[in-house]
Design a protein around this ligand. Structure first.
Ligand SMILES: Nc1ncnc2c1ncn2[C@@H]1O[C@H](COP(=O)(O)OP(=O)(O)O)[C@@H](O)[C@H]1O
Ligand SMILES: [Mg+2]
Length: 248
């Protein structure tokens, strides 16, 4: 995939959306913001399902400038998109090692080892994942970290959709860098200014429609620097808190 294009549909009252076609490329991060009920999750689903004017929004999503034939939607969507939704857990009764070995084999990743994947996962979760642990006993944060590392290293899917990541107990900044660094196009729904400003572009939703596509301004770059400093301080304090240290 070289790029993904979103074309306008209509809002909840059937009024047409007004925006220039949105073109997104692998390796980039795009934030989606808006009130509850404004259509953020629906937009994510339009992308996941490669909407062809056939969803409630009437939007169309093109792959490298072309519509994907309806007969190919299911297979293409499966290969193209990894979706991280809220509260995702593994339900397989396998050890982490067995799961990752199986997955690397399915994906024909002969040179990728389970150890490499958990080492990467452990850079984004403070609770280390171990190879002999049972998959369904992992905490929410561990599951998410493992899924993100697995998507980054083992999956070919070039698009990653994330519906809210804030309270997952992982280092979301490292997680997003890991994904964009492995050439994924990442779209993330967020209410958090730090996360939103990590993205050079953000889509604003209202009444089921894309109301605006904003490009980060120079003033926002400065706000991001402040928020980022606070984020790093907060992360460092959390680590010390867990170790039982005094914070001052
Ligand atoms: N353009 C639209 N036309 C009709 N219904 C829509 C449209 N966009 C969203 N919806 C519907 O509105 C409801 C809320 O949207 P949702 O995407 O869940 O909002 P959010 O994730 O921002 O809270 C859903 O039932 C969704 O299918
Ligand atoms: Mg939602």
């Amino acid at each position: 995939m070289k790029h993904l294009t979103i074309l306008p549909g209509h809002d909840k009252d059937q009024r047409p959306e007004h925006f220039e076609p949105i073109c997104l490329e692998p390796g980039s991060l795009c934030a989606i913001a808006g009130n509850t009920g404004s259509g953020k999750s629906r937009l994510i689903k339009d992308i996941e399902q490669l909407a062809a004017g056939d969803s409630v929004t009437g939007r169309r999503v093109l792959l490298d400038g072309e519509a994907v034939p309806p007969a190919d939607h299911l297979v293409t969507s499966g290969n193209l998109v990894a979706h991280l939704s809220q509260n995702m857990r593994f339900v397989l009764d396998l050890t982490v090692r067995d799961f990752l070995t199986l997955h690397c084999r399915c994906r024909d990743r002969k040179t990728l080892s389970p150890q490499t994947i958990i080492d990467t996962a452990n850079t984004i979760t403070p609770e280390p994942v171990r190879l002999e642990e049972s998959l369904n006993l992992l905490s929410g944060g561990q599951s998410r970290a493992l899924m993100i590392a697995d998507i980054a290293l083992a999956c070919d899917s070039p698009i990653v959709l994330i519906d809210e990541i804030e309270n997952a107990g992982i280092d979301k900044k490292k997680a997003l860098h890991l994904l964009t660094g492995t050439r994924k196009l990442v779209l993330i729904v967020t209410h958090d200014p730090h996360t939103a400003l990590m993205a050079p572009k953000r889509i604003i939703m209202q009444n089921g429609a894309i109301r605006a596509v904003l490009t980060r301004t120079a003033g926002e770059d400065r706000i991001f620097s402040d928020l980022d400093r606070i984020y790093e301080e907060q992360t460092a304090l959390q680590a010390r808190l867990r170790k039982g240290e005094f914070l001052s």
